[in-house]
Ligand binder design. Structure first.
Ligand code: XMP
Length: 313
């Protein structure tokens, strides 16, 4: 296999973006993740202020995430347009328990918001941070990614009058990280662990409500803090929809179950379980039981992908 050369990729992509977009305007919706931030910076280098960097605050992000994203871009002297539309997401997710229905609900609000932004900022191009693994998994029918438009039956030209550009679509995650590093992005960005587009909603089995998101948000913070210095591809908690018996304040109750998952992977297509020491797992368990209200069981998931997937829903 030919060795990937990030500098060459950057040079060629910037040229290509300039040729395609010319003096028109483009918009990128960033999640703060390495794919969309890399795309934003590449496009910014190509077309300057004609790029609008847009952030949808869906209420499903980790603690302080909208502010962190704003700060990351601020350091690169790029303004971010932030829209808080969390009420619309929760309204659309209300009562939905089927994973694909939840994905669809998320996607519908996501694209409705995006199309409003596209109109409001008068752009002709939409830049997307789709990478190779997103496309492969959607083609295989393993899971619909929220961002592979043509494969989820959305024709952007017809529906939004837009041309989509996916500058990273032939790259794998490790190559995107190399590009991010070569672009001079901070370690916080190029080393950032993948976080799914639908955010904490993918870490909740069953209905996604503000209250349940808050529980998984606290648990996520704990897992990330306790495993901070470990090199792990993805590590996160998942909130189950079933309840289990437990004892809280000397009373027998039905409480929540949270599983911890930590996996090693290169491209997310396969994954191995990370061996976390019991000492560390106990620390995570203790903090979850203390800090997340109503939890009575904490489990550790030991299944690889395949046959499992990385996420639960
Ligand atoms: P799975 O669960 O399919 O996940 O093994 C593979 C990789 O994709 C991420 N993932 C998503 N990313 N939108 C995203 O942007 C999604 O709907 C989505 N579902 C899964 C997951 O975190 C892992 O890195």
């Amino acid at each position: 296999m030919k060795k990937f050369n990030p500098q060459k990729f950057i040079k060629e992509k910037i040229e290509e973006l300039r040729k395609k977009i010319k003096d028109k305007r483009a918009l990128i919706a960033t999640s703060g993740g390495v794919d969309s931030v890399t795309c934003a910076v590449l496009t910014r280098k190509a077309i300057g202020e004609n790029l609008v960097v847009f952030f949808i605050d869906d209420g499903l992000m980790r603690e302080n995430e909208p502010e962190e994203v704003r700060k990351t871009f601020e350091k690169m002297k790029i303004d971010v347009e932030i829209w808080d539309v969390s009420d619309n997401f929760f309204e659309s997710l209300k009562g939905k328990i089927d994973p694909e229905e939840k994905r669809k609900a998320f996607r519908d609000v996501f694209y409705k918001t995006l199309s409003q932004a596209v109109r409001s900022y008068s752009v002709d191009f939409l830049i997307q941070g789709t990478i190779a693994a997103d496309i492969i998994e959607t083609q295989k029918g393993i899971k619909t990614q929220h961002n592979v438009l043509s494969q989820i039956g959305i024709n952007p030209l017809l529906q939004f009058g837009l041309t989509i550009i996916e500058p990273l679509k032939e790259l794998y995650k490790n190559e995107v990280r190399m590009v991010a590093k070569a672009l001079g992005l901070p370690k916080k960005v190029y080393d950032r662990k993948p976080f799914p587009g639908p955010g904490l909603a993918t870490r909740i089995i069953g209905e996604v409500t503000r209250e349940r998101v808050e529980k998984i948000r606290i648990a996520t913070k704990i897992v990330e803090e306790e495993l901070k210095e470990k090199k792990i591809f993805q590590a996160f908690p998942v909130l189950f929809s079933d309840k289990a018996t437990g004892i809280i304040n000397d009373e027998r109750v039905l409480g929540d179950i949270i599983a911890i998952r930590a996996v090693e992977s290169v491209d997310a297509l396969t994954a191995k379980v990370v061996k976390i020491s019991f000492k560390r797992l106990y620390r995570i368990r203790d903090r979850i039981l203390k800090e997340v209200p109503g939890v009575v069981k904490v489990l550790y998931d030991i299944t690889p992908k395949p046959p499992s997937t990385i996420e639960y829903v």
